[in-house]
Ligand binder design. Structure first.
Ligand code: ATP
Ligand code: MG
Length: 393
């Protein structure tokens, strides 16, 4: 029944001279989202609106599911497209639409028409009144309520006539690509995919880096991270994922530094390497899934210690979230089921029984001096041998 969709987008950040950039990015992301969907779609910008027209048969649910992943979309309105063949024909189309869409007619409604094409012979107010009457005639159970109706029957008179009454919520945010790029530290856990999602929601394109430690972490653990990136890529577009072999560095830290400081020192090296890639590939910040106090390595003191090695901003969108809140987002965006698969993580392999919770920077820096003989070479090798995987949804 629906041949087209009207896409509503937020007003924030799109006023003024950047508006067209925002719209172009949104159109680009819509095209990307619809690429794997069967069908042929024409996407157009018209008078501050975006329309998607289906030129061939398509799967409605699939289209809606894909569009619900596009940041910047606030609402998706499935529309009936009617030819302009006179008012009587229009009224018949509207009645047929309402009949199919609302099997239960005990509803209040109002007609809201807009005459974008001024040569249409009736004015908006006339259309509202005349259509309202026709609807009441056809469905006596329906009632008019102009203040708080359950159904708003929108009629837009353009080259064709758009009929719609439904607004399916989109994810909001800003189209990916309108706000630079960030380097996500992506592990196989629950938090980091959510962190990537949240920053991308503000229009940031995402690259990612994963540290793995073969043979202590398996190929399946790595595959899990790729699978998570794939899910996040539904929202962000393709993700360039760097996979860094971290085993040597980890073993060396384990050998040379106090075990209770291992996690912090490891994190500092992850941050350094992530920042290196970020700089190399044009990211403007590093993103992690940390949240204050979640574990020993995420106390304020520990975060200060990991933060210190970065000169770039470190974005921690989950900083004030409880675990339960993070889980709720991960369930909503579809990463949860993959995140909880039980594969080992390079951070859990060598964890100390009693990690420091209040590391002193001075102490950590001194411990790191024990690494000076080989660490630069090892970091260099880790960077040089990193594998790049282009992850597509
Ligand atoms: P999650 O792993 O889902 O992020 P977590 O509670 O397991 O949550 P930690 O293991 O403490 O978190 O790690 C904190 C952050 O450090 C992660 O959110 C992630 O951004 C980064 N991180 C940890 N381990 C890795 C890894 N192996 N590769 C890349 N980034 C990692
Ligand atoms: Mg983790």
């Amino acid at each position: 029944m629906f041949k087209a969709f009207l896409i509503k987008y937020g007003e924030i950040g799109i006023k003024g001279k950047n508006r067209h950039l925002f719209e172009d990015a949104l159109v680009h992301q819509i095209k990307y989202a619809l690429k794997p969907v069967e069908g042929d779609f024409l996407i157009s910008k018209e008078q501050g609106r975006i329309y998607i027209e289906a030129l061939a048969g398509y799967d409605y649910d699939e289209v809606i599911e894909s569009l619900r992943c596009v940041f910047g979309i606030v609402g998706i309105c499935p529309m009936v497209l009617a030819e302009d063949e006179g008012f009587e024909k229009l009224a018949a189309e509207v009645i047929e639409y309402l009949d199919k869409r609302y099997p239960d007619k005990k509803k209040t409604f109002k007609v809201n028409s807009r005459r974008a094409r001024k040569n249409y012979p009736m004015r908006s107010m006339e259309i509202n009144a005349a259509l309202g009457e026709k609807i009441l005639e056809a469905f006596p159970e329906m009632k008019v309520d102009v203040h708080n109706p359950q159904i708003v029957v929108n009629i837009e008179i353009r080259a064709k006539i758009n009929i719609y009454s439904e607004v399916i919520p989109g994810p909001g945010g800003m189209p990916v690509g309108t706000n630079g790029k960030g380097m996500l530290l992506l592990s196989g856990g629950i938090d980091s995919p959510v962190a990537g999602y949240m920053v991308a929601k503000r229009g940031v394109k995402i690259d990612a880096v994963y540290f793995h430690a073969p043979p202590y972490t398996s190929e399946r653990a790595k595959q899990k991270v790729v699978d998570l990136a794939k899910i996040v890529a539904k929202y962000t577009g393709p993700i360039y994922l760097k996979v860094v072999n971290f085993t040597e560095i980890q073993m060396y830290i384990y050998e040379m530094c106090p075990h209770e400081e291992l996690t912090i020192i490891m994190r500092r090296y992850m941050m350094r390497i992530a920042e290196h890639f970020a700089q190399e590939t044009g990211s403007l910040g590093v993103i992690t899934g940390e949240s204050i106090g979640q574990v020993a390595s995420q106390t304020m003191q520990s975060l200060a210690a990991t933060n210190e090695v970065c000169t770039m901003p470190v974005y921690r969108p989950l900083i004030g979230f409880d675990k339960q809140e993070i889980i709720e987002v991960s369930e909503r965006i579809g990463t949860y089921e993959t995140s909880i698969l039980p594969f080992e993580d390079c951070c859990t392999i060598f964890v100390a029984k009693h990690p420091v919770t209040k590391p002193s920077l001075k102490v950590i820096r001194r411990s790191e001096t024990h690494l000076k003989e080989k660490i630069d070479e090892m970091v260099h090798t880790a960077i040089e041998t990193a594998e790049t995987i282009v992850v597509q949804a």
